[in-house]
Design a protein around this ligand. Structure first.
Ligand code: CTP
Length: 377
């Protein structure tokens, strides 16, 4: 139908971006389909809607020159091909009409700049000016232009590079990776909401540690989650060492991700030790201690959610509770190793977070009355 509409209007149009990438990767159906028209995307959207059964409503975003319509569970987004340039300190681009090639130039990665023609004269033709197909084959994330320019146009792309590398298990090409380190401080102009969207996508991947290691390696992490960075490092006093809680945290996140897809459990795993940085002490008699870190950590969760403008709702409270319980050996079984309580909870609750929330409220099951009082308090 899009093809018919474009032919009737006499405009060239292409499907571009994530849909093409995922189609070529055979990654299931991408529900958001981006269509670029060499002309008015809004006119094309209206024409498509008029040809579709049920004549769906077209939402027009005049300022952006885009239009969107929903058909079944698919979201079609239409845009006129454009040329964008950005000023250094603003996210607001200067936009002009452009060719397909201008539009491909302004895209973030070669694998996201692939376009397939939808006009009947060359239906299905793949337009791949940056060799994105080779990058798909070789599992590489690469910017189409000089990476400094692509990241400067939208610094969130530094996180998107890491997010795609994590989701797809791809490698970020050397210059595209180095440019993240070089431009890392530019992430500060990006809204917290957009940053959290990317963080969530990294956390929802099958091996989240890939993304967090890259955020760490490129130096982005201190701008986003300094509490995690503070967990890094091992100190030795009088021959006594403690484990590196940063790398340990990433291990826990990966372990939990094998058991559950639930985002909030994954957040709990990511934050379960954050109180250890401010509570770390060395005692002559007992060695390293992190006494009370779960209480401190739970308060830090609130501050962290607030800073990242994440909703301070029951999900946040759930993460707090999990952090609070993360060091209690008595939660479900007395003989379980101290640091594994979060893992244990996840294991026992499986996918059902409602159950888990109930478990968090459940009575403490230790048989030792002294301990029971202590933990209840
Ligand atoms: N895009 C871009 N720069 C951004 C965001 C998006 O160049 N900062 C372009 C890319 O071509 C991308 C397309 O817009 O493929 C659509 O963006 P988006 O919907 O955010 O991502 P997808 O690639 O569709 O992937 P996903 O839906 O998995 O996030």
């Amino acid at each position: 139908i899009v093809s018919q509409a474009a032919d009737e209007l006499g405009v060239d149009c292409y499907v571009i971006g994530g849909f093409v990438r995922d189609y070529l990767l055979e990654r299931g159906t991408h529900k958001d389909i981006d269509i670029v028209a060499i002309g008015s995307g809004i006119e094309l959207a209206k024409k498509v809607a008029s040809l579709l059964k049920g004549k769906p409503k077209v939402s027009v975003f005049k300022n952006f020159g885009t239009a969107m319509l929903r058909h079944d569970d698919i979201e079609l987004e239409f845009v006129g091909a454009r040329k964008e340039s950005y000023h250094r300190d603003s996210r607001k681009p200067v936009v002009e009409d452009g060719t397909l090639s201008d539009d491909q130039n302004r895209r973030d990665f070669t694998i996201n700049a692939l376009a397939i023609s939808l006009n009947s004269s060359n239906y299905g033709e793949l337009l791949d000016p940056f060799d994105g197909v080779s990058d798909l084959d070789n599992k590489i994330i690469r910017t189409p232009l000089e990476p400094g320019i692509t990241y400067s146009d939208d610094p969130l792309r530094m996180m998107r590079a890491i997010r795609f590398a994590t989701q797809l298990n791809f490698t970020i090409e050397e210059a595209s990776l180095q440019a993240i380190t070089d431009n890392k401080d530019r992430i500060t102009i990006i809204s917290k909401e957009r940053i959290v969207d990317e963080l969530n996508k990294i956390l929802e991947s099958s091996v989240p540690s890939l993304g967090f290691s890259l955020l760490h390696k490129t130096g982005l992490l201190p701008y986003i989650l300094p509490e995690l960075v503070a967990l890094q490092g091992i100190e030795e006093i009088e021959g006594q060492r403690h484990k590196d809680n940063f790398w340990h945290t990433l291990e826990v996140v990966d372990n939990i991700s094998e058991t559950t897809d639930n985002l909030w459990l994954r957040w709990a795993a990511l934050l379960h030790d954050i109180g250890k940085a401010p509570t770390k002490k060395f005692h002559k008699k007992i060695g390293w201690t992190f006494h009370g870190h779960e209480f401190v950590g739970s308060k830090m969760v609130y501050k962290l959610f607030k800073r990242l403008r994440m909703p301070l709702n029951d999900k946040m409270k759930f993460v707090q509770k999990m952090v609070l319980m993360s060091s209690r050996p008595i939660v479900l079984s007395e003989d379980y190793a101290t640091d594994s309580a979060v893992r244990r909870l996840v294991f026992d609750a499986g996918e059902n977070v409602e159950d888990l929330m109930t478990l968090c409220e459940a009575d403490i099951t230790t048989k030792n009355p002294k301990k029971q009082r202590k933990y209840k308090n």
